[in-house]
Each structure stands twice: as C-alpha cells, then as structure tokens.
Design a protein around this ligand. Sequence first.
Ligand SMILES: [Zn+2]
Length: 157
Amino acid sequence: MSKPFIKNHQYNVIKKQTEFIQNTLRNVADRSVLSTVRYSALTNIVEAFPDLTEDQQQMLEQISAFETAYDFQRYLGELESYLESYPPITPINKKGYCLFCNRHHELAFFLVKTKPAIPSPDNYAAIGQYVCMDNQVCNQSITVTGSLEKFILSVRK
Ligand SMILES: [Zn+2]
C-alpha cells in the first residue's frame, strides 16, 4: 500500500518543475544546460518537502531521468496515489478571500480538529478557516505556501 505523503501544494511544485524540465528538453539542445535544469528542478522539489524518507526521496529523484512527455505524464499519474486528501469543507455562499490561495472567491468553511498532547473526549480544539469552494481551482493556485504553512503549523501546536 502506498502511504500518502504529498500535499496538494507540493504536487503543484512537482508539476511546475516537470513542466520546466520538459520545456527545456524541447528548446535547449545543450546537455550541460539540461543537467543544470534537472538538478535545480529536483532541488526545488525536495525543498518543498520538510521531512522525506529515503524511499520517498528516491521516488522524487526519478524525475531527473525522464526524457519524454510520456515519462513525465506517467510519473505524475503515479504520484497521484500518494496525494493526501483535501479536508472536508462546508459551502457558505459568501465571497471573500481564501486562506490558501488568497483569491477573492466563493468561500467554504473548513474545520480542522487539533489533537492535544493528552487526548480526551472533550479536549479537542477546532480551528475554522475560510477557503475556496472550488478546491480544484484553489489547489492549482497554491504554489506559494506561506499562509498555508502558517496555518498548518498553528494546527500542529
Ligand atoms: Zn483558494
């Protein structure tokens, strides 16, 4: 069984970097430029993951060996099974700024339960936030993770 370890914004980083490599493959013949681009793309990807296991890192490193659009496509497809699921949201029929992507949009309410160090039935805290109704579009807009990361950190505390 594959264990999800890729968050949506990290998947977007991977997608962006694969596009970057493919563009270079199409337009640049110089092999040394290519290997520089592959290297920096991989660095950008790995940097988006604060704690990778060795297996996970190896999986991501495959990106530096691909040549064809088919290779990249198949790879991105495989990674999708490692995507963490998006938390459940409730529509509120109101427009406002989304916490994650910062666009002004139809909002939904999104509730996260945080687990305290010593769990007990009435010891749960919940944090509510407003995010885009359309999480498909929202996910595509998240590549800058500042506010998202701050939020995740505040939940983990
Ligand atoms: Zn959004």
